[in-house]
Write a protein that binds this ligand. Structure first.
Ligand SMILES: [Zn+2]
Length: 285
């Protein structure tokens, strides 16, 4: 019984305090300021308290029956934002790891006949003004005060950009890729996949999440994949504001030695990308 209570307490502590992709200390201040600045998009993984905005109705183009599915891959962080790191990653940062994972997933999906839209182009930073101009030109509903331009491609900027791309090339699903971090408990490990329960696309997002969890569990059971369906108030920004089914995949914990060892291994990342592609296949099946 005592053991069960301890487990419950630990689970509660974990649920309350886990911070995904904790940033290196030099970036923590920036992130926390962003979280508390009125109208800011908070961080990549921040939550929001302001008014819920219903995603605008996608207009053109519409999906073509029988055409290859279009998957948007969002490699988290990027540009001046390196994401998380730990001593276990031997000098590597989340940004380069998720970039590689995203490229591997792209190759895997393309080889299976998908079209892939990469949300973040490493060669060109998309400014907040560019996002706003494109969104305005398309008559999209969004919260302009939440767009921030300081060299980091904030989660709100990127999901509105995804909605812009969606109007150029219909996006059937969006997968955002990250590495997790929980410095308070190094034993916490595994894959967490998040979706938001309270958007017009929740049912499909949950289905995608479930298929990804099953695929990872089938081929990489050590990752102990878990699905997190969150309320609007708790959801990650990229899972809330998209005009398409969206999930955020935290591959594993940089703060757990075993997870970090796996994530650092390019061959393991290839296996992981294959598992994600298997899950995406199942979702569209
Ligand atoms: Zn991250």
């Amino acid at each position: 019984m005592a053991k069960r209570i301890v487990s419950l307490v630990l689970a509660a502590v974990f649920a309350l305090s886990v911070t995904s992709c904790a940033l290196p200390s030099s970036f923590v201040r920036v992130e926390s300021e962003a979280k508390h600045t009125e109208g800011s998009p908070a961080s990549e993984h921040g939550t929001e308290t302001e008014e819920k905005k219903t995603p605008s109705e996608p207009v053109i183009p519409t999906p073509v029956p029988g055409a290859p599915k279009n998957v948007c891959i969002d490699a988290g962080h990027g540009y001046v934002d390196p994401g998380c790191t730990t001593d276990f990653l031997n000098g590597q940062f989340e940004r380069e790891l998720v970039d590689d994972m995203a490229e591997k997933l792209k190759s895997e999906l393309v080889s299976r006949g998908y079209n892939v839209v990469m949300l973040r182009d490493n060669d060109r930073y998309v400014t907040a003004a560019e996002v706003a101009d494109a969104a305005d030109a398309m008559g999209m509903e969004y919260l302009p005060e939440k767009l921030v331009d300081d060299g980091r491609f904030y989660a709100y900027n990127r999901i509105i950009w995804a909605n812009v791309l969606h109007r150029e090339t219909w996006i059937d699903a969006l997968v955002s890729i990250h590495v997790d971090s929980f410095p308070e408990m190094e034993e916490v490990h595994g894959t967490r996949i998040h979706f938001c329960r309270e958007t017009p696309y929740s049912e499909d997002s949950e289905e995608l999440c479930t298929k990804l969890v099953e695929a990872i569990d089938g081929s990489l059971p050590d990752m102990k994949p878990r699905a997190y369906g969150e309320k609007w108030s708790d959801g990650y920004i990229v899972t809330k504001h998209g005009d398409m089914p969206s999930v955020l995949v935290e591959c594993g914990f940089a703060t757990n030695e075993e997870d970090a060892k796996r994530i650092s291994d390019p061959e393991w990342r290839a296996e992981y990308a294959k598992a994600l592609a298997d899950g995406i296949d199942e979702y569209f099946d």
